[in-house]
Design a protein around this ligand. Structure first.
Ligand code: HEM
Ligand code: PLO
Length: 469
């Protein structure tokens, strides 16, 4: 391997052109394959994804070094063909490389989120309304079993929609169907370790996935462009109505220099808020329900906690989160055992640096195996077991172990973290106050393996939702 100091860095075998790819052929998804390889090669090993030197990190001390201690040095992102199509060559936050412009952009998005999110009681109302809409829709199913994925998606889409555009969708709104459709197309074709992302020159050959991705992105951009125009026409500079207004105002206030964001950046931010906001939250809620079906005693305990603290009628407010430590612990345990982003987004060393005492050249890609961290038997007792009590101390208070980082950490930490936590808490509490979830008669328990894509999703399953009386 390319380490030149001290003990040499373990590295997968490589051949010209393909690098280590031949050794990475496996039926296992990447997070499981890397976890298996880390048992043989250790917590820090190298490989070549085609020409790209890549480190795989599977130990919490090293992960802290990448994300926190040397966070800035490892805050770059690789250039990939598919994410370039998605983001107009990196005009977003998540897939854009580190630069002064990116820093400005991220700060503006962060501030706008605070304005309309965490800091405002408006968000609470928005989520409560969406959660109530979801409950109404579930009630209308009258105990029939169904796949919750589309209804959950719609509910979380409406939260983002209110936040970003100050509007929302009715169940069969054709525009909503368009959004769900293009989103699905993107999820199926984006950044899935496909070969064009490793060998960019392959894009000159016909590629069905890339074609589909481009089509979906074009539908998305047309739709968002329309929204952007409407907003620009009706904007009052001192009074932002939503995130889009706040971003447009931020853009106009730019210093006129080359580090200012453009209108395209505003568009990409809206697109990303939808993408990230919808996929992650709905997937986490689907995992939560899948685990509750497997562990009816956990569901019972959440029900009793809710009954004792608030009863069944009144919606919860955020300030009551600390009064429901068990529900909070369940949500943490779900994000530990099935992190939606099991290997985060690849990081890149922006300068020559070091990791675990090994020197790391500029341009090295770093994959943080959060799955391995969340399943490390050195830090978690029986890591494959679903046990929310891990997040409670002996007096029942919520605690957060150091090896729990579902949102990452450091300069690239998830910008939506507090929004996501608020949504998860308010949706889960409302759903569990009002409903009991069970396996439909004759159906089997949900498969807990997961399908790896841009997020780790559960296999589709159906569930019976019965109102609690
Ligand atoms: C990045 C997790 C919800 C927006 C990330 C990363 C993770 C993550 C692991 C990558 C960190 C890294 O590469 O080091 C989650 C989880 C969520 C969630 C578990 C919910 C359960 C959201 C929401 C939004 C959002 C609701 C916005 C509406 C973003 C953005 C980034 C990001 C923009 C890129 C940050 C950057 O590269 O600087 N998230 N996320 N996420 N997330 Fe989230
Ligand atoms: C989901 C599909 C959307 O159409 C586009 C999109 C944008 C942002 C991505 C998101 C997708 C998947 C989850 C990602 C998010 C940015 C941060 C988040 C990758 C591709 C996570 C969990 O890291």
């Amino acid at each position: 391997c390319r380490s030149d100091d001290g003990a040499s860095l373990p590295c997968l075998p490589r051949v010209p052109l393909f690098g280590s790819l031949l050794h990475l052929r496996s039926s296992l998804p990447p997070h499981l394959l890397f976890t298996q390889l880390s048992r043989r090669y250790g917590p820090l090993f190298g490989l070549y994804a085609g020409p790209h030197f890549t480190l795989v990190v599977s130990e919490i001390g090293l992960v802290r070094e990448v994300l926190l201690q040397r966070g800035r040095e490892f805050a770059g992102r690789p250039k990939m063909v598919t994410t370039d199509v998605l983001t107009q060559g990196g005009k977003d936050i998540a897939f854009a490389d580190y630069s002064p412009l990116w820093k400005n952009h991220r700060r503006l998005v962060h501030n706008s989120f605070t304005l309309f999110g965490e800091g405002s009681s408006k968000l609470q109302t928005i989520v409560q309304e969406a959660a109530d809409g979801l409950c109404e829709e579930l009630l209308s199913c009258r105990g029939q079993s169904s796949d919750l994925s589309p209804v959950l998606m719609r509910a979380v889409t409406n939260v983002i929609c209110r936040l970003v555009f100050n509007s929302s969708y009715q169940p069969k709104d054709p525009e909503l169907l368009t959004v769900m459709d293009y989103n699905d197309g993107i999820v199926q074709t984006i950044a899935r370790g496909g070969l064009v992302d490793i060998f960019p020159w392959l894009r000159i050959f016909p590629n069905k996935d890339l074609k589909k991705l481009k089509q979906c992105v074009s539908v998305r951009d047309q739709l968002l462009h329309r929204k952007l125009l409407e907003h620009k026409m009706t904007l009052t500079p001192g009074e932002p109505r939503d995130l889009l207004d706040a971003l447009l105002i931020g853009q106009m206030k730019g210093s006129g220099g080359e580090d200012d964001i453009t209108e395209d950046h505003v568009l990409m931010t809206a697109a990303e808020a939808f993408g990230a906001g919808v996929e992650t939250t709905s997937t986490t809620l689907l995992w939560a329900i899948a685990f509750l079906l497997h562990h009816p005693q956990v569901q019972e305990r959440v029900h009793s906690e809710l009954d004792e603290c608030v009863g069944r009628d009144r919606p919860l407010s955020l300030s009551e989160r600390s009064r429901l430590p068990f529900l909070d612990a369940v949500l943490c345990e779900v994000m530990r055992i099935r992190p939606v982003s099991p290997v985060l987004i690849p990081h890149v060393a922006m300068q020559d640096t070091s990791l675990g005492g090994h020197s790391v050249p500029k341009g090295t890609r770093v994959l943080v195996n959060m799955w391995a961290i969340h399943h490390d038997p050195k830090h978690w007792d029986e890591p494959d077991q679903f046990r929310p009590e891990r997040f409670l101390d002996s007096s029942g208070k919520r605690v957060t172990p150091g090896s729990f980082l579902p949102f990452g950490a450091g300069p690239r930490v998830c910008v939506g973290e507090s929004l996501a936590r608020i949504e998860l808490f308010l949706f889960a509490s409302r759903l569990l106050q009002r409903f009991h979830f069970s396996v439909p008669p004759g159906a089997s328990l949900p498969d807990l393996q997961g399908r790896f894509g841009v997020v780790l999703q559960p296999q589709r399953y159906s569930v019976r939702v019965t109102p609690r009386h």
